[in-house]
Design a protein. Structure first.
Length: 601
């Protein structure tokens, strides 16, 4: 994944009504680009392929791109574009137009049907503004209640669909089709796949370092993901390491961050935050985003620690490392699904005891998830949401489930619960059953990709241009080619990293702990409780009859005590309420719903 820049791409189905805004992309009839969106175009044999990638890389691969596009092998084309480090690829062949982003969805594609045909854009804000789409409050509530992963093709706007990460959009004069471009998955062991993953990660770090002139900022939080990227990048130029710390952050994380900086012989710039930088603070002048993002609540914190790297050409992060390097507890369910019950029972017992949980209760949950499957679990969750009282959702399950209800579910009104249950029932009817850990890794990847994409306007305000090597298509493909069951361990963290990059110090890859921001979030929520309560109580969720303000505000007031389990539901609700307030105030902007349009070209 290369350097981030402003811009956008828009278009329509062949023969459909186009858009008036933007510059027509030479050689691509009907496709328009926004300012500063760089594309490389290759043509031949009546085929046209445009890629938002480095021209040199596109030039080396142009023959493969034209061959794949000419034969209509769209998954192959997406793979070649990913090897070029591209964000989007647009290909025209006769009456067909193929549009595809990256695997994670950090470079998304959105579309909607109109009387004139299908129109699409890489900016959901621009598309929503073009067609006057309203915000879908019911979908927003459902995503906070049970997670966004159950509706990968839905968006927060009525009538606008998303092309899920790992798929492309094929448009013809007669209609549209979603094309699976994910490629081979899960066929390698850890030993077989680790060398390829290591090469891909080193490439995904080296290339943006070169594009930035060998000088980049880097998050060095002390965790494995960002630390590994910084160490690799230090071999290709100058790195300025930054992190954040306050009274509520993990001192162990800071110790590891300093140790990493010492290992590559550079100073660590640790931004020291105070009460003013605690989470849940916002200002009327901060940039709008196209969808709710967590970073909108920590603007002061981000400005504090990113100051030393502001206006550098690139800033490396560890975002996505948790997804590609590891596999979640969905692996226990996958073991049962694949007939390895004895192994699953042993690992569930080890996992539960290490976390002071009941092994028997955990095992029953794992086997029930395997027995019900995805569709059955969604229907069961829908039924529970309809019949259960608010108190039933106060404690989230500590292990992976196909459908995990958050405490926010208990704050819904009866009408809100019925809306969420209905959406789950609708989804269950179209579910394609698959292995739990495979489904979970794609869900997690898309969530991280969407978050990185939607945070970009804020990053522009901080003065940085993020680079996320773990979300690079080459890295994702190399990781997901390894069986998820091979990438997980109940006795170590991220075994793939140590196997793929053996030059990393053992004291880093052997770290078993991981910092938490819970104390910081609770402190911020308690400090700004009055403002948060007002934001929630006057939100469209409450005035529209979906959320009971008294229950939500009571959960907010209980943070720091027995209701701390509601922390992340409070965070997500605050994000959503702030976004709605910002979108309303920005609704008359020329660039569409949600404010400024920024994409990663």
């Amino acid at each position: 994944m290369g350097l981030m820049q402003e811009g956008w791409l828009t278009g329509a189905s062949p023969g459909g009504a186009g858009w008036g805004a933007g510059r027509l992309l030479d050689g691509m009839p009907g496709v328009r680009t926004g300012p500063r969106c760089r594309t490389s175009l290759v043509t031949g044999g009546g085929v046209r392929v445009a890629v938002t990638a480095d021209p040199g890389a596109v030039g080396r691969l142009h023959g493969e791109m034209l061959t794949a596009a000419g034969a209509g092998r769209w998954a192959e084309l997406a793979g070649v574009a990913g090897r070029a480090g591209g964000g989007w690829v647009v290909a025209g062949r006769g009456e067909e137009l193929f549009v595809c982003g990256d695997l994670s969805g950090a470079h998304p594609v959105f579309y909607t049907r109109t009387a004139g045909g299908v129109i699409w854009s890489t900016s959901i804000g621009r598309l929503a503004g073009e067609v006057g789409a309203a915000v879908d409050l019911g979908m927003m509530a459902a995503q906070m209640a049970v997670g966004p992963e159950h509706w990968p093709g839905r968006t927060l706007y009525e009538g606008i669909r998303a092309v899920p990460g790992g798929y492309g959009l094929l448009l013809t004069a007669g209609g549209l089709e979603l094309v699976d471009v994910r490629g081979p998955q899960g066929h390698l062991s850890l030993a077989e796949g680790a060398p390829g993953f290591g090469r891909a990660l080193r490439t995904a770090v080296r290339e943006p370092m070169g594009a930035a002139g060998g000088r980049a900022g880097a998050d060095v939080s002390g965790g494995l993901d960002s630390s590994a990227v910084a160490i690799l990048a230090a071999g290709h130029g100058e790195i300025r390491a930054v992190t954040y710390h306050d009274l509520y952050c993990s001192s162990e994380d800071l110790d590891y961050a300093r140790r990493v900086a010492g290992h590559i012989s550079i100073p660590l710039h640790a931004g020291e935050g105070g009460e003013a930088e605690l989470p849940f603070a916002w200002s009327p002048g901060q940039p709008g985003t196209e969808r709710p993002v967590a970073m909108s609540l920590v603007m002061g914190q981000q400005r504090r620690y990113l100051g030393p790297v502001a206006r550098w050409l690139a800033h490396l992060t560890g975002h996505g490392g948790d997804v590609v390097l590891d596999s979640c507890s969905a692996g226990f369910t996958a073991l049962v699904q694949t007939g390895r019950r004895r192994e699953a029972r042993r690992e569930v017992t080890m996992w539960a005891r290490s976390r002071n949980r009941s092994p028997g209760q955990a095992w029953r949950a794992v086997t029930r998830a395997a027995d019900l499957g995805h569709a059955g679990s969604l229907r069961e969750a829908a039924a529970a949401i309809r019949r259960s009282g608010p108190e039933a959702f106060a404690v989230p399950a500590p292990w992976w489930q196909w459908c995990r209800t958050a405490p926010f579910t208990g704050w819904l009104t009866p009408a809100g619960r019925e809306r969420v249950a209905g959406l789950l029932d609708d989804t269950a009817s179209g579910v394609v059953e698959e292995r739990a850990d495979v489904a979970a890794q794609w869900d997690a990847l898309r969530m991280v990709g969407a978050d990185c994409r939607d945070t970009l306007p804020l990053a522009t305000d901080w003065g940085i241009r993020p680079v996320h090597p773990y979300l690079d298509d080459r890295v994702v493909r190399a990781a997901f080619a390894i069986d998820p069951l091979e990438r997980r361990s109940v006795t170590s963290l991220k075994p793939l990293l140590a196997a793929a990059v053996p030059k990393l110090p053992g004291w880093l890859t052997g770290r078993m702990s991981k910092g938490s921001f819970s104390r910081q979030l609770i402190a911020g929520a308690r400090r700004r409780e009055r403002e948060l309560a007002a934001l929630i109580s006057t939100s469209p969720f409450v005035t529209g009859g979906l959320v009971d303000a008294d229950r939500a505000v009571a959960a907010l007031a209980g943070l720091g005590g027995h209701q701390s389990r509601s922390l992340f539901s409070v965070q997500r609700l605050a994000m959503a309420c702030l976004w709605l307030a910002t979108s309303e105030s920005a609704g008359d902007r020329e660039d569409g719903v949600g404010g400024r349009e920024v994409v990663a070209c």
